[in-house]
Write a protein that binds this ligand. Structure first.
Ligand SMILES: Cc1cc2nc3c(=O)[nH]c(=O)nc-3n(C[C@H](O)[C@H](O)[C@H](O)COP(=O)(O)OP(=O)(O)OC[C@H]3O[C@@H](n4cnc5c(N)ncnc54)[C@H](O)[C@@H]3O)c2cc1C
Length: 434
């Protein structure tokens, strides 16, 4: 099936259009093939090119490189998470392992932007976990205990301080973590495309239709060509399942977001001229809200089981109305019609919110399923899966492989039924927080 994207993502539309876009139009042989050109695939390509400057590396994407979830996310490079998936973080040891991976993720993105002098609106201002419900203070106090044990600098805040910092009276309780970065996701992934070395060949608008392995060669069929490769890395995240990768361990979830136009000086004054900030919800299905560096407001408040290949204009508009309500609740003093664009994006989830990082078979590798932490963890896993595919090891791989492995999922229709029921329950619990 063809991936059909909306063309209305603000992050993508902020960038200049790319030229020199090539599609696969012939048959090719290569040492290495990477499927998917988001943070994961591009980072794998960059690392392989460093390790094998004389070998041919092909990276291929069904759409334009970087224009999947990697440009469509909310731009939180996280050090900690409160709601990542369908399980809570009760187990301290597991949570510690998770945050070690997040920390490696932040460091690898930091190194990338320093090495290549990338401007991606990096702001290490931390982030808030916030709620309008006073009763959520209990959750935040428990979370604070966990963070204390792991030495994460943070503080709890109440309504008065929050309204000064955020420019809205909506929130009553919050926990601010000092760690964590806000950035422009589109600028980051564009930089990863721009720095691809010469021995990496990027093909776009070329969807992998089928693949198979005969002896030691992996054959991949595309609409206008075929690639035979010795080694392959699947980096298609929300589309791993559709390619038969770890099918019983991951499933796609579609998210939608909207962004306003930049606020005018008067509008910005009316909300108290806050500095850039990012809020994550305390309840899993609540809204992610950001005030960007250039005074735009981003809101992401849906997550659902939906056809990952396409969302119709009509469906997107319906979700955008939800986002308009989310902005109105928080900023009643702003005009009604300030949303400039709305878009959808696809992520991949596992049952226990653990990531996929694996050798699937001889010479076949896969990395993905980061829930809300794909900026850092995707960049990290991309580089490290390239090292693993080279039959090498690293201290990072040891840390990654010490995490819990994804757990088995029931087959359809039970899977969709279970996920939908859970999402409905979470949506009801978070209806005040959209
Ligand atoms: C609305 C939204 C908000 C989010 N917010 C955050 C956030 O704040 N912080 C955070 O860390 N993460 C966030 N995420 C998640 C994050 O965006 C992803 O985890 C991350 O982009 C994954 O990167 P990736 O390279 O693995 O996958 P992707 O960027 O999805 O790249 C996979 C690529 O594979 C390609 N592909 C799929 N099928 C095929 C095929 N058959 N043939 C060829 N190519 C194929 C796709 O076209 C796509 O470009 C969010 C995601 C969304 C959608």
């Amino acid at each position: 099936m063809k991936i059909v994207n909306d063309s209305t993502c603000s992050w993508i539309n902020d960038l200049t259009s790319r030229t020199n876009i090539k599609s696969l139009e012939s048959n090719e042989d290569s040492e290495w093939l990477i499927i998917g050109a988001g943070y994961t695939g591009l980072s794998a390509a960059r690392k392989l090119a460093q390790l094998y400057p004389d070998q041919k590396i092909i990276i291929i994407d069904a759409q334009l490189a970087g224009e999947g979830a990697s440009s469509r996310n909310s731009g939180y490079l996280v050090d900690t998470t409160l709601n990542d998936g369908f399980t809570s973080n009760k187990d301290l040891d597991n949570y510690k392992k998770k945050t070690e991976i997040y920390n490696l993720g932040i460091n690898v993105v930091k190194k990338f932007i320093n090495d290549y002098q990338v401007d991606c609106d990096w702001n290490d201002c931390g982030k808030y976990f916030a709620s309008s419900k006073k009763e959520d203070e209990k959750t935040l106090i428990n979370f604070s205990e966990t963070l204390k044990k792991l030495d994460f600098e943070h503080n709890l805040l109440s309504n008065h301080e929050l309204s000064k910092r955020l420019g809205t009276n909506f929130y009553n309780v919050a926990l601010h973590t000092k760690g964590g970065v806000l950035l422009h996701p589109g600028k980051l992934v564009r930089a990863m495309i721009d720095v691809l070395p010469k021995n990496v060949c990027l093909y776009e608008n070329s969807s992998l239709l089928s693949w198979g392995k005969t002896k030691d060669i992996i054959s991949c069929e595309f609409k206008n060509g075929k690639i035979n490769t010795k080694k392959i890395i699947f980096a298609t995240n929300g589309f791993l399942k559709s390619l038969g990768i770890k099918s019983n361990y991951n499933f796609p979830i579609t998210l939608t977001a909207s962004m306003t136009r930049p606020l005018t000086e008067n509008e910005f004054k009316a909300i108290g001229q806050p500095k850039e900030w990012g809020v994550l919800p305390v309840r899993p299905m609540g809204a992610t809200i950001r005030m960007t560096k250039d005074k735009r407001i981003l809101v992401r408040n849906t997550a659902e089981v939906h056809n990952p290949f396409k969302m119709s204009k009509f469906d997107l508009q319906k979700r955008s109305i939800n986002q308009k309500i989310g902005i109105k609740k928080r900023f009643p003093q702003l005009p009604e019609d300030i949303i400039q664009s709305s878009w959808s994006g696809v992520v991949s989830r596992t049952r226990n919110s653990s990531q996929i990082f694996e050798k699937i078979d001889k010479n076949i590798f896969a990395a993905g399923c980061y829930n809300g932490s794909g900026i850092g963890v995707g960049t990290l896993f991309g580089e490290q899966i390239a090292i693993k595919a080279s039959e090498e090891n690293s201290k990072e791989i040891k840390i990654i492989e010490a995490r819990n492995k994804p757990t088995w999922l029931p087959p359809q229709p039970f899977l969709n039924l279970g996920v939908k029921t859970r999402l409905i329950y979470e949506r009801l619990r978070a209806r005040s927080e959209i």
